[in-house]
Write a protein that binds this ligand. Sequence first.
Ligand SMILES: [Zn+2]
Length: 354
Amino acid sequence: MDHKSPETTNDAPPSPRRVPAVAPSSYAHALLLLLLALALNGCQNGNQANNNAQGNAASATPSATATTATQTANAFDGERAFAHVRRMVEIGARPAGSAELARTREYLSGELEAAGLKVTADEFTAQTPGGARRMVNLTAELTGESTDVIIVASHYDTKPFKEFRFVGANDGGSSTGALVEIARAVAASGRKPRFTYQFVFFDGEEAFCLEWEQCTNAGAPDNTYGSRHYVAQLAERGETKRVRAMILLDMIGYTNLSIPRETYSTPWLVDAIWTTARELGHAAQFPNTQQTVEDDHLPFLQAEIPVVDLIQLSDYSYWHTAGDTLDKISPRSLQIVGETVVASLPRIEQRLSR
Ligand SMILES: [Zn+2]
């Protein structure tokens, strides 16, 4: 089953969890960009410092945004993020409702509280194809000048597999480790943010059945349990309008990092992050290729909240296999995504304040 490779993206996949796709009209263009991205990536691996210097030189025009971006970016530490992922992988497979996920949650709460964030756990019962399951969304909050909210999120569960041990180093692990470090970095920056931040760890993103929509009945999807619950809670409390943007991380740690633009995502929010990535010299890892992915951002999009999903799916061949292990991800990739997200936040705040 290899519906994720770029060669097959125009075929209808059997019924994948997610549907990577390149628009046919822009396929040749996208392929060219992909090749360019790979070439640049190879160049960067060979000469990291030089490439970074070129990237910085390219954006050396004095600009308050760029300066702020660089300064803020320094706070994120990819090694710290990687250590969180290692700890999660050591705990083991952590499907929704498992003792391992409860231990993961304890670890995450401890780290977030140590960083000075207010952590709340929202426990709920989800009706799944495997019966009723207890799930818990974790939210770490950092109060800003406004009560309006920017959410940065990741799922922290792993997909349940009976056939093999699945620890999800990249799928669930990388984004969660990065999110803990993003939360710490933003809280430690000394800057009281213009908006209130909620760093949200979703339970139950993964389908219980093998395929993403295999066991979905009308109005009852077998996936995104945590994010759908989160949005339902927002609506119940009348707080949907307070959430101004949602940034989702999912599978962002691969050693050969390349994150296409996700096509459900809100264009201005994608642009804010891709522009920042270029300023920081990470254009090769944030190419202008496209993919379409169903993920935890969709319930927020349905609630008319601007969203962006940072995910490398189509060329991550270890996706949902026993091979999604710690050796497939790197502190460097976590650093690139983490510092880009942190440095994008002032730009996103600025855009929302217009
Ligand atoms: Zn997954």
